[in-house]
Each structure stands twice: as structure tokens, then as C-alpha cells.
Design a protein around this ligand. Sequence first.
Ligand SMILES: [Ca+2]
Ligand SMILES: [Ca+2]
Length: 466
Amino acid sequence: MLALASLPALLPAYTLRVKHPTASGGVVELEGIAGTPTGALSFGVELEVPAGQPGIHGWNVGLSHDSSVLTADAATLDETAADTLGAEFSSVDIVPSGIVSSVILDTPHSVLLPAGSKSSVLFATYSGVYPAKDTTVQTRLRLVDGLQGPSGPVTTGATAWNGVSEAAVSPVRENLIVLLSGFEYSTAFDLSLTTDGARPMGDAEVLAGFIRPGSQPSYRVKVLLESRLPPGSDSGAQGWSLSIEHDPSFLQPGPPTIQGTQAGSLFSGGFQKHELISNDSGNGVISAVVLSLTEPISFPPVSRNDVLGIDYRWMGDTSIDGKQPATSIEFRDKLRGQGQPVNNVVTHLGASNRPLVRRRLTLDLEVGDPPLQPFIRSDANDDGHRNIADAVWILSELFFRGPPTLCFSAADANADGLKDITDVAFLLQYYFLAGRPPSAPFPDCGSVFEADPTSCPLGSTSCGAP
Ligand SMILES: [Ca+2]
Ligand SMILES: [Ca+2]
């Protein structure tokens, strides 16, 4: 056994750190349905060798957990430095209340964790059960001394090699606090996403349609909040927070707004904050609204309201005719802006509720010109005849609650994109005062591309299929 010389103090510290991908400031918060298993929770331990310090030749790790909260299911050195550097000796064992591991890289000291490096030295997987609704249990994964390994108590630390002799080092220990929180889905509130023309299909709203080659259309997406509180409730949703993800390679959102929504019309002296997010938490929109901070304003207990509008611009490739791009916009908890990660939550009587049915919006598109429905401009009543009856039809629709013209463009006699009294006057001029005739398609069925591709839907005239 070599005598261990002590290293001078005040040099940059070696650090042994417990890690999790979502840990922040030494805390990892995990959330799940109350009473259900957490599934596999994976953590790592990392050894940092500071620049300018001797390399590391071996280490012992004792990692303790509270076995009343977490169960250690697996511990491995695969993919750690012991594995990738082919350690001469290594062991890892799950023992009561912890995991212990010892590694020696090689006897001739030719293999070291070098100065200025960070290396994984242990991976461990735990499981537990999420606690009761709205409660949090706190536990710690701690680097400790004295856990009983197969060959005696283990002292957490490392051995450095300065080229001449070995020296024991005591890395700074960065433990991790683990918070497990339980929630239950609300049966009273649902959130969904929709846009004009979208249809429900399974657990999504689906917009199927065409994108003209080279175009970048915008879609006004609405967030809908449905409330189904029990009979006798005298108030409904008072506020909510939303976390909505999209794929930035297909869509770019504009500023979210409550203007023009039912939330916007009820909003009175409340709180609102909206952010576009593009960071390591994801790409999306977060929004928080409280309808009023001073008055008991809420939605009706049983109601369906739009609460947010977002214009998404299509950013996907539309150069290839026939391409069929598809993407979804969906609720996903934990997008993070300037504040804490945001969950999708609805507030009612001061308590938070997690909406259960959370319908996403899928855009299922095809690049190309949409098939056009043939029509006769001016034949508003769709009887195949062109005469004064069409002028009367439009007049009746506009002013006497007459039946609607199914193909908007047929009633747009002067082809200015509007359906109004001017079209009536235009037709009377043409039929009785030698005014100019309607523009194509006229007098026979035909197709033209109108500025609004939805103005003459398929099947809306008797001119037959395109
Ligand atoms: Ca007609
Ligand atoms: Ca018109």
C-alpha cells in the first residue's frame, strides 16, 4: 500500500455530482397521477476533474436514497468512464438504502480521468409512487460515507495520480433533491385546439386541405375551454395557464392574444401574460390568464369558450407539388419562459385543475392547387338559368333571411370578392339596362381560382364535380 500524500488546499475543487436531465439548481421536480408508479427514474453521477489538477485514477461512490420513497431498481457502470476506459477493477452493488461502486482504472497509472474533464461514473434507476393529489414528497439522493458494500463500508472519494504518487481527494459533493408531486385529472374541464375547417377525428382536430405551391398561409388557432361542472355550481373557470407546443420547422406562431375571444370579452382588471418559447424546454406558446383580480368573474359552470387565439404561419417547404406535410400543435406541460415551467391548468374556486381531454390540432396538408368547384357566376339560386330570379335570390338572402347561396362566388356577380347589394344592382343593370355581363365563368359552368379558396366549396353547385 502506497503512502498517500495530501494535496495542497485552495486549488480548484474536484466535484462529484448527482445528475438528472431536468434538474435545476440541485432540485428535480417530477409530477404524475396520484397513486400511480413513477416508472423508471434515471440518474447519473458525474466526476469533474478541474483544470490544473492531477488526473483521477480511481474512485469510490456511495449514493444513498430514502427507501421509503424510492426503490433502487438498477445500477450500472455501462457507458461510464469505467466502461469506456476499460477499468482494471470495477464493482457496483445495490445495498440497503443505497448504491455503492468502486473503480480502479489501471495499476500502471497510464489511464486517468484528465484535468478539465467531466466523466459519468455511475448510472442508477429508481422507481416510486406519486403521492396523493396536490401533495409533494421530498427526498434526496446523497453522496455519503459508510454504506455497507460487499467488502465493508464505502468512503466516497477519489484517488489522484500526480505522476509520482497517489493522493486521496475528497470531491465536493453536489447532492440532488427529488420532489415527487401527485395530481389528478379534472373531470370538469377540457382543453382543445381548433381552427376554421378542422374536424374532430379520434383525439385530434384535423385540418385537411391544400397549400398552394410557394405560399405561406396563416391559420388562426383557437384554444377552447369546455366546462362541465356539476349542477348547482355557481361559478366556473376563473383563470388558466396554457403550455402549447409546435414544430418550428413547420409553423411559426404570432403573438398569442385573448382579443376577439370570449375570455377577452369577460376580462376585467385581471392578469395576463403570454410568451413565445424557443429554448431547451421546447418550442411553443405559454399563456396565463386570470379574468379578474378584483371581481368574481368566471365562465358559466357549463360552457364552451374560446380563451386564446394564435396565428400560426406555415413555414414548411411548399416547393414540391404533391408533397403531403403534416404536423401537430398540442398541449404539453412544462414549457418554460421567463418564469417557472408552465402546466396546463384551469383555476376554479381558487383550486387548480388538470384538464383531462386535451385535443391536439393536426394539420394534414397537401401541396398543390385545390380542385375547384365549377359554377356559373350570377346563378345564385343554382338552377342553371341566368335571369332576374338570381338578383331576387341575393336580395332575399341579404335582407329577408332567404336561403343562403352555397357557392359564394356564384352570388358575387361583379366579382369583387364581396356579396352585397352591388351584386343585385349589377345583375339588374345587365339584364335590363345593357350593363356589362358578369365575368367568367359565365354564361356556362367553369372554374376560376378565387382569392378565397373556400368561397365555392366542392359540391356546392349543380355544375358537377371538378
Ligand atoms: Ca339562376
Ligand atoms: Ca360582389
